[in-house]
Ligand binder design. Structure first.
Ligand code: MGD
Ligand code: MGD
Ligand code: MO
Length: 757
């Protein structure tokens, strides 16, 4: 039996002896996910890249030739492509230096430790002299910057979260801002072996635990939880939470013993709650106007939270929005006011419904990984500032207490990510992508990013190469021998960088003289020496087997239990060692869009504006049918399309008001762009909201790059930061209007390869 790991689950390969014909869920997975069906069905899709390609203008006229994204490609041999690319890398490093190369390559790539694309491209560019890198992620851009000031490094919140098994046994009330999405908990970086998304909720519910799901979508929390659904206006959670805090404060329900011993700055925050600073008491009546939630329900909920073992959990989506710091910070503050941080089943959580890894017990042994080497360049950007960087070389900007300057980028190398999936305002990104002299993309598929490159190199999928893999906080460590031959002329990223390294005279530095199998054996053997008292089989036995089950710590985790037990012995890593309800460091930065304690700040685009420019709040959340843009051509992802486009969901009342019916082809638009989508009318969507997940491959109209024929919401979203502090991405929420699409439906071009010359 061949078991294979992906970011979205583990499968057993079904093969006809030569080819992978299908997949079957791994028998160890108690809650298998249908996303695995995308893999085999996508392998030989016409959108696979079969051989290296070079954009015609670049080939004819050299670096900097105009019309990137509009021109045909010329198929070339590997020899030609690698010679051209090696020459271009030599030129850019010689004439402009490593500061002119953006090698961030943000993206999820694929499971598998050795062929992890970022590790490969970063190691390669480090051997060449370095590159401008990115910091943070689109996932947690705001959390990563904010949380260390407030409570802890974001990884502590994720990896040391209270175990789901503890929640199942101890929690009496879960208040989940952004819900507890079972679709998101399908996925974890590096892979998932056993999904435990719903089991803990059923167990808790059966014991009498209540769930409150605060979200614009009813199905953000699974039926098993039997949750109460509260749907405030999207983007207004901070006001909701402030009112909960105000009730705790005013009704004497805040735990002053906890606040005194474990936190700083409550008095400053409380005076804001009481209206002493601005004349506005942040009571439920005030919040009701903003959120649309009845004041009585807010007041009642605050009392319920104060009288139960309560978990306040905030999804990652809430911080992927303008002023995303505020609801996140308030989640910590509420949990602190309840005095339950550090108690089993109570306190604060971040992302129980955002990924599989939160609340999974971390193995006490971590698995081998490839070293990326040292980057000689210190320049970086917060990841979501990519378009700003390309459009504004030399311009200053503020970030996290620092004043930084955008570098002047000549060459962009992307391996393992898809910026034309992940970035906002794609017409603006397309403009930004005209600026570098050369864009290089390694990818298995003709993604929109590959179509906006000059040199395109076809890469293997995981099923086509030898590797091993294990997900973050996952117990299984699997061998992943290749299941099939590569498609066309596809090569591993490692093989590509090895060939380039030879041409550039750094071959020995990059490969250390090893083949892929020699690397796997070497990394494994090195690792085997570090596992201490835990016996590990030798490599050949591991390679022939069905995976190793990694050992766990003895006790299930309870977040911040040490800190609670002894805050002097186990201080937090915040500046004061305590939970910071007021941060004098952040206050000292004097950013108008993120003051020293959490507050209500009105978003730029939301339903509560006096005169909203457009009447619907688009929620651009993660797709249920795939991971991001990956394998959108696969069977499961295709099975949910409507009228050949990505589905958009809206409430029956909003559809009726626009004369729209289930299954209609619709046009979604705002001032930045427009896209087509297929309509699904659904009561699970709050009135005033439309939901279009990310990940439909960007298929721009040839004459208008702001019009996507397929349904990519990022033609509509704003390329605006969450705040000056964190510069996180804000793709989650956007105002739009939706109308019937009257014309003849245009054909999609993304499911075919681009034109060749
Ligand atoms: N509007 C809006 N936008 C968002 C979000 C949102 O909520 N709303 N969410 C954001 C978030 S949280 C994230 S994480 C990003 C995700 O953005 P990305 O991580 O960039 O998205 P993916 O589709 O996973 O891109 C991975 C790419 O790597 C390729 N690939 C896979 N395996 C390999 C390999 O072995 N080698 C190479 N070279 N390539 C490989 C895939 O084909 C794919 O093109 O999107 C962000 N964008
Ligand atoms: N199936 C699948 N799972 C995934 C991914 C995927 O692509 N596919 N991507 C993975 C990645 S990279 C990440 S970062 C995580 C992301 O995890 P999250 O960021 O938590 O996921 P989203 O689906 O973007 O958002 C979750 C829900 O938040 C709700 N929401 C949006 N705005 C608001 C608001 O203002 N207030 C409230 N209360 N709720 C709001 C939406 O209804 C949405 O469905 O998911 C991971 N899991
Ligand atoms: Mo993410």
């Amino acid at each position: 039996m061949s078991v294979h790991l992906t970011h979205w689950g583990t499968f057993e390969a079904v093969s006809d002896g030569e080819r992978l014909t299908g997949v079957r869920a791994w028998r160890g997975d108690p809650e298998p996910m249908p996303l695995i069906d995308n893999v085999a069905s996508a392998q030989h899709h016409p959108a696979r890249i079969t051989q290296p390609h070079v954009r015609k203008g670049w080939l004819d006229h050299g670096p900097g030739a105009p019309a990137r994204g509009d021109e045909p490609f010329v198929p070339v041999s590997w020899e030609t492509a690698l010679d051209l690319l090696a020459g271009e890398l030599r030129r850019v490093y010689r004439d402009h230096g490593a500061e002119a190369v953006y090698g961030g390559s943000y993206g999820w790539a694929s499971a598998g430790r050795f062929h992890h694309a970022q590790s490969q491209v970063h190691r390669f560019l480090n051997c060449l002299g370095g590159y401008v890198r990115h910091v943070n992620s689109y996932s947690l851009g705001t959390s990563t910057v904010l949380l260390p000031y407030v409570i802890a490094d974001v990884n502590v919140l994720l990896n040391k979260a209270t175990a789901k098994s503890v929640l199942a046994e101890q929690t009496e009330l879960v208040v989940a801002f952004g819900g507890l999405s079972p679709k998101n908990a399908a996925v974890s970086p590096g892979g998932v072996s056993r999904h435990h998304n719903r089991g803990w909720m059923s167990a808790a519910q059966a014991r009498g635990c209540r769930f409150v799901s605060v979200s614009p979508l009813r199905d953000d929390t699974p039926a098993e939880a039997q949750a109460e659904w509260i749907a405030p206006r999207p983007g207004s959670d901070a006001a909701f939470m402030l009112a909960l805090a105000q009730v705790l404060d005013a009704d004497g329900l805040a735990d002053s013993g906890f606040l005194d011993r474990y936190t700083v700055g409550y008095a400053r925050f409380a005076s804001y709650l009481r209206g002493e600073t601005d004349g506005i008491v942040k009571d439920p009546e005030w919040a009701s106007e903003i959120t649309g939630v009845p004041a009585t329900r807010i007041r009642g909920l605050a009392h319920e939270m104060a009288t139960a073992r309560t978990l306040v959990t905030v999804s990652w989506s809430l911080q992927r929005a303008r002023h995303g710091e505020q609801p996140l910070w308030l989640g910590v503050v509420l949990a602190a006011m309840l005095g339950q941080i550090g108690l089993p089943g109570g306190g604060f959580g971040h992302g129980y419904g955002s990924t599989a890894l939160v609340g999974e017990p971390a193995p006490r042994i971590s698995v081998p990984r490839l070293k990326q080497g040292r980057n000689a360049v210190s320049t970086y950007i917060p990841v979501a500032r990519i378009a700003d960087m390309l459009l504004n070389p030399g311009a200053p900007y503020d970030y996290n207490g620092e004043r930084l300057t955008y570098p002047d980028i000549r060459l962009v190398y992307w391996a393992g990510g898809n910026p034309f999936h992940h970035h906002q305002d794609l017409a603006r990104l397309r403009e930004a992508f005209t600026r570098p002299e050369t864009v290089v993309v390694n990818d298995p598929f003709w993604t929109a990013t590959a179509r906006h490159a000059d040199i395109v190199l076809p890469v293997t999928m995981t099923i086509e190469r030898d590797d091993f893999g294990s997900g973050q906080n996952d117990r299984m460590f699997f061998p992943m021998p290749a299941l099939t031959e590569p498609h066309g002329q596809a090569r591993d990223d490692y093989a590509i960088f090895a060939e380039l390294s030879d041409r550039l005279g750094i071959g020995k530095d990059f490969t250390e003289g090893r083949t892929t199998m020699e690397w796997l054996r070497h990394l494994y053997d090195e690792w085997k020496d570090t596992t201490g008292d835990w016996p590990v089989p030798d490599f050949d036995e591991f390679w022939a087997g069905d995976g190793l089950e990694l050992p766990l710590a003895d006790k299930p985790q309870v977040a911040f239990a040490d800190f609670r037990a002894d805050p002097d012995q186990h201080p937090l890593t915040t500046p004061t060692g305590k939970i910071e309800i007021f941060s004098s460091t952040i206050d000292g930065y004097a950013y108008a869009d993120c003051p020293g304690h959490p507050v209500w700040l009105e978003p730029d685009e939301w339903l509560g504006s006096p005169e909203p420019r457009f009447a619907l709040q688009l929620v651009a959340n993660q797709p249920k049918s795939r991971l991001h843009s990956q394998l959108d051509v696969g069977a499961h992802s295709q099975s949910i399309k409507i009228a050949g486009r990505e589905p958009v969901r809206m409430n029956p009342s909003d559809a009726a008001a626009r004369g729209l019916r289930d299954g209609d082809l619709v046009r979604i638009f705002n001032d930045r762009g427009a896209c087509l989508a297929g309509l699904a009318v659904d009561e699970a969507v709050r009135p005033g909201v439309a939901q279009l997940s990310t990940g439909a491959w960007y298929d721009p109209d040839p004459t208008d790059p702001s019009f996507c024929r397929h349904g990519n919401p990022n033609v509509l979203t704003a390329d605006a930061p969450s705040s000056t502090l964190s510069q996180g991405c804000t793709g989650q929420l956007t105002l739009v209007e939706i109308e019937p699409y009257a014309g003849t439906p245009p054909q999609l071009s993304v499911s075919r390869p681009p034109a060749t010359a």
